[in-house]
Design a protein around this ligand. Structure first.
Ligand SMILES: Nc1ncnc2c1ncn2[C@@H]1O[C@H](COP(=O)(O)OP(=O)(O)OP(=O)(O)O)[C@@H](O)[C@H]1O
Length: 305
């Protein structure tokens, strides 16, 4: 779990982050959502320590990170995997050398152990056998997969992805989203993804933090993002036609459901009423074994007297 508290950041007097707080849960895909220039990347960099916030703190699983001793910060950094926007592979290295790179830098694994881990990670992201290819020989989607393999290779506890879908067609983007979500759940990683892609929100938004002009205006899940009354959020998500259509379908389904429930209530009331009327009638009818029957035993107040 990563906790951020009251993060502020300004550049040359221009406020970019204005008191952002939140908790990013373990085993979940946490999305930082917002329009361009709203401070998502700066917040991500503040969390991983690439930018120092002016104020505020970041805690990784209870260990204070911001302003802590260098060795503690380095220890936490070792557990962080990064997937950069353009994949950021080393062009002069093969796929396997790219994935092996952080293992050489961050671990004391033997050559054989590194080879085993590289093969495992490449297999996990669906790139078995691509070891010897150069980045220039593979597609954008494959590059993202190599980036993911490289990020998780040193058994990362925290995974940060800066717009993992940028430059990908929708189908490949969906596959990358799904892969990140699967890996997050499988290895119980705390994942934070910077995005403005509404498809990602719907597909993998376990927890969403909506940033607007440097502030967190809303947080919630993909199930409730369409039902808020926050104007800035609605303007952002419903600028996308697919989202407007999805909202329309959701409203129609809700109306149908309400109608069904209402009709069901009416029917059940009617049902309750019917047997009681019936039972009154049958009580009045004599039982075949007892011709005198209940009808005969019906008494009025006067009879009793
Ligand atoms: N190192 C820097 N120096 C000065 N200004 C910066 C620096 N980094 C970011 N900014 C400014 O901070 C603001 C927020 O930038 P940021 O990259 O976080 O936006 P974003 O929400 O990630 O946008 P996008 O979705 O377009 O990537 C922008 O106005 C940007 O110009």
């Amino acid at each position: 779990m990563i906790e951020i508290h009251n993060i502020h950041k300004a550049f040359n007097g221009k406020k970019v982050l204005d008191g952002v707080s939140g908790v990013f849960e373990t085993g979940k895909t946490n999305l930082l959502l917002g329009a361009s220039g709203t401070g998502k990347s700066v917040l991500l960099k503040c969390i991983v320590g690439l930018i120092k916030p002016d104020l505020g703190s970041v805690t990784f699983d209870g260990t204070y990170f911001t302003n802590n001793k260098l060795d503690i910060r380095q220890e936490i950094r070792r557990k962080i995997g990064m997937l950069f926007q353009g994949s950021a592979l080393f062009d002069s290295m093969t796929v396997e050398q790219n994935v092996e790179f952080p293992l050489k830098m961050l671990t004391d694994m033997t050559k054989e152990e590194r080879k085993e881990r590289v093969d495992f990670c490449l297999k996990r992201v669906g790139l078995e056998g691509a070891n010897k290819k150069m980045p220039s020989e593979i597609s954008g989607g494959m590059k993202k997969r190599v980036g993911i393999a490289r990020a998780i290779a040193p058994h990362c506890t925290y995974l940060f992805c800066d717009e993992p879908n940028s430059g990908l067609d929708p189908q490949t983007a969906l596959k990358i989203d799904e892969l990140i979500k699967e890996i997050t759940e499988e290895y119980n990683i705390t994942t934070i993804i910077v995005t403005h892609d509404m498809n990602s929100v719907i597909e993998i938004g376990d927890k969403i933090f909506f940033l607007y002009e440097g502030k967190k205006l809303w947080e919630g899940t993909r199930d409730d993002i369409m039902d808020t009354d926050i104007k800035e959020l609605n303007d952002f998500i419903f600028a996308n036609r697919l989202m407007r259509d999805a909202k329309k379908v959701e409203e129609e389904e809700r109306e149908e459901e309400e109608e069904r429930r209402y009709n069901g209530q009416l029917a059940s009331q009617g049902k309750e009423k019917a047997p009681s009327e019936e039972s009154v009638e049958t009580e009045k009818e004599p039982h075949p074994d007892n011709p005198e029957g209940p009808a005969a035993t019906t008494q009025t107040g006067n009879d009793k007297v």
